[in-house]
Design a protein around this ligand. Sequence first.
Ligand code: GLU
Length: 510
Amino acid sequence: MVRVRFAPSPTGPLHLGGIRTALYNYLFAKKHKGKFILRIEDTDKKRWIPHSESYIFETLKWCQIEPDEGAGYGGDYYPYYQSKRGDIYRFYINKLLDKGHVYYAFDTDQELHKKRKEYHNMGLTFSYNYKIRMHLNNSLNMTKKQLYMKLHSGSSYVIRLKITPGEKLNMHDMIRGKIVVYTDNLDDKILLKSNGGATYHLANTIDDHLMKITHVIRGEEWLPSMSLHLLLYRALGWSTPIFAHLPLILRNDGKGKISKRNVEKLDFPILPLQWKVPDTKTIIPGYRELGYFPEAFVNMLALLGWNPGGNKEIFSLKELIHFFSFERVHKSGVYFNIKKANWFNKQYLNKKQEEILSYLQIKLQKRFLFYEKNYLSKVLHLIIDRIYFIHEIWKHSFYFFISPIYYEYNFFHQICHKKTFYLLEHYKIFLSKIPIFTSLHLRLIFKKIDKANRRIIMQLFRFALVGDLKGCDLFIIFEMVGKEESIRRIDNLMKKIRKKIFHGFFEKRT
Ligand code: GLU
């Protein structure tokens, strides 16, 4: 049975890359009727950031890609927090010691620093590997007795993997195909830290094996670790899972990959949910708070690195499960584009008319305004093309329900003279005499006004009705709000202009 895991470290909020890894794991598991597991990789206490775990849980829930098993969900391979698995890691490191696959290294930070400096001065990079390990402070250069003495003296040590040089490792990745690595180029990575805790490499490999993970699906940043992990599986006598390393998500301004480091400074969102930065207490809104639908977010994310072929872009979660395959996951980095993200939201918004209507109804009820559903539907029909998010509806439709609260400052000042006033007066009377107040009829009647005046008066009427030069077709607004209300709004604007001309008073609203 397929068993995959999402293994985030609680070092801050998940970003687009992290949640996409979770999504691809989920899709793959569901497609193959397997299990999707959540494991929290919290071995690095120094990098732990409070609330990261609850953030992970909430994000998976919001995206509706919840695990079948794991941290917060339970399962047979408990515990799913690495911080609770210390004994397991120590058990296996002892096995590796017995077999001679690892060794104790006693080099102090100062000693290593000195070495690095020496190499640097020679124009070389220091690497703790087979070439140099015999000249360093480790158990490979000690007799059993010396080692015994050293350990009993309480010297601090780490445990490193002893890489055998001269081997060509043929590896396979589901996305990248064949990958070759020469063990000569690998260094003896630390597996057990001086505080007795396992490093990511050791814990990750042991857990994947013990949790019976069949496919390791993770970000490209872990590709360089794959050879080390394969060697570890081999040293432990275990078969290896199948690997897939997902492409990086790149910023489309050419500034490299998306990362959570500069999340506060980015001008586009990369977090699924709101995050409060612990140090600064700054609140960074996520896709949820910005009004994206989770289905749209998930759909957008799925296509950020995977191409199903053909022109279809809108996929429900069920369809994603059906169509998803690693053959169509890109090898190279993919560019994130916020416009495309908005486009996805728009496609889902168009299908959510009932939700938009109830949102609008609630908005109106709060103002003690009640409208027939028929009228609201008409409004929605008129403005839906202008909005990408539910919350934008009010900004674009308020003038169908209430008169403008304020007038756009610049245009108002431009029209504050007697000529406009008289023009408005004249055409208000003209308007009031039109018997049939439908957009069709009004359009015909207005055609009779000479061109120069028509343009100006239509602008002024729009301004009176909307408070701005934006909005839907003017004749439709007339028809929707009705003659009486239209004239009332024209009167209001005239009053404002008169006040400004005679008293020089107009409050600036921003
Ligand atoms: N803990 C690692 C991370 O947060 C997971 C890497 C993996 O999936 O192997 O990126």
